[in-house]
Design a protein around this ligand. Sequence first.
Ligand code: SF4
Length: 315
Amino acid sequence: MIVYGPIPSRRLGQSIGINNIPPKTCSYSCVYCQLGRTTQMQMERQAFYQPEDIFREAQIKLKQLESEHKTADYFSFVPDGEPTLDLNLGKAIRMLKPLGVKIAVITNASLLWQDDVREDLMEADWVSLSMDAASEDTWRRIDRPHGKLKHRDVLRGILEFSNVYRGTLVTETMLVDGINDDDACLEGIAQQLALIHPKKAYILVPTRPPAESTVRRASTESLKRAVAIFRGVSGADVACITGDEAEEGFFFTDNITEDILGIASVHPIRDDIVDSLLARKHADRSVISTLIDEGKLIEYAYEGKTFYRRNLQKS
Ligand code: SF4
């Protein structure tokens, strides 16, 4: 079955899945993959299923939903492998669009350095890019890419795509204990996020049995640091998906003062990032001046820029 669902999804609402890749064909073999180890590792695109067959199944699925007085929010390309390996991805998206349901693609982003892959994804309404590592070494350890892929090409492709894409761009970072959850890794990823400007940067942890049994989810403490560093360095809107709603809420408050103090206690925040955090909560600079007056926040200059850090003696 190429078309399945709909599956309720926190990010995409009612989402009809499109499985356009045979299991398990991928350009990565991530240590955390819930589909197990990659059996067909490849980086060359090829035709798998006919776009006409995908369209026909999608049409039947929509009719079935209609008869049940239900609707779908998205067609989501979330296959048993990497969706951009499908040479017909762009054609399939173009065929589905007239059905009036938005299109989402969740990709590991490894092939975005190829012009035709970027062109295909331009057709989608919502694209999620994987961003597990900013350094070659960590990338190889966590995503275990095809031997001929080069990390600098992947990062360049992500940047090129993010510069031209006009739909909703989000990122996914899977945090694995002891691999990509230390401060250096988190800061590297956050610096990439600052260049990509995702609408939302999602932080995830493995919630289903991973490909490698030694993989452990990052701790709550690491997640807390990741949220603070991602927000403090990139200014991105960050959300956590851990499968535990109580834990997910733990990292965020509705109180901008507490948010800023929380981030600044883990990582210095640059002036312009403070501005974007304030703007998102419709707050003004008086929040910062009050915290400085109260001695809770310290303002300092570094390399010509203004930063703020928590005064830990006042916490
Ligand atoms: S990119 Fe996705 S499908 Fe491929 S190995 Fe990683 S998690 Fe699994």
